[in-house]
Design a protein around this ligand. Structure first.
Ligand SMILES: [Zn+2]
Length: 152
């Protein structure tokens, strides 16, 4: 294992910061699409593609395993918001069906595309803060079914 001082001055071991990882701060940084370690570098290199390393502090971010969780939580959040609004508008104004479609379909798409990267960022930051998967500085990389040999 190699200890180093990251580009931003954060103490790192093999690209993983070894300092404290406050949960709420990490979640907020991830939800703002920023690196959970420094809060400055971009978490994503494209719309939903997490950067391998933070461009500011060098924190290794490729250890995340968000999988389908961001899509699941996005459906839960957007579904609750949109269905609630649909019910309130229907009960209050009783608009025609075409107006419902004209309002709610675009709103659902826009909300989902807006919320999805924020939820994914928060989930990646949660994994980072809880030292899940390879985010733990003491984690040994696995090669196949055996542990990697210790580096000098
Ligand atoms: Zn960073």
């Amino acid at each position: 294992m190699q200890k180093s001082l990251g580009p931003s001055g954060a103490h790192q071991r093999d690209g993983r910061s070894i300092g404290p990882r406050p949960l709420l701060q990490s979640l907020l940084r991830g939800a703002h699409l920023k690196c959970p370690a420094c809060g400055t570098g971009a978490l994503f290199r494209r719309y939903l593609k997490v950067a391998d390393h933070c461009p500011h502090c060098g924190e290794a971010l490729y250890h995340h395993r968000a999988d389908d969780a961001p899509a699941y939580f996005t459906i839960v959040v957007v579904g609750h918001v949109v269905v609630s609004l649909v019910l309130v508008v229907e009960m209050t104004f009783r608009p025609p069906l075409w107006l419902h479609c004209a309002i709610w379909l675009p709103l659902t798409v826009i909300l989902a595309l807006t919320v999805l990267p924020r939820i994914k960022g928060a989930l990646v930051a949660l994994q980072w803060a809880l030292l899940m998967h390879g985010f733990d500085p003491d984690y040994e990389e696995e090669i196949g079914d055996r542990l990697a040999p210790p580096s000098a």
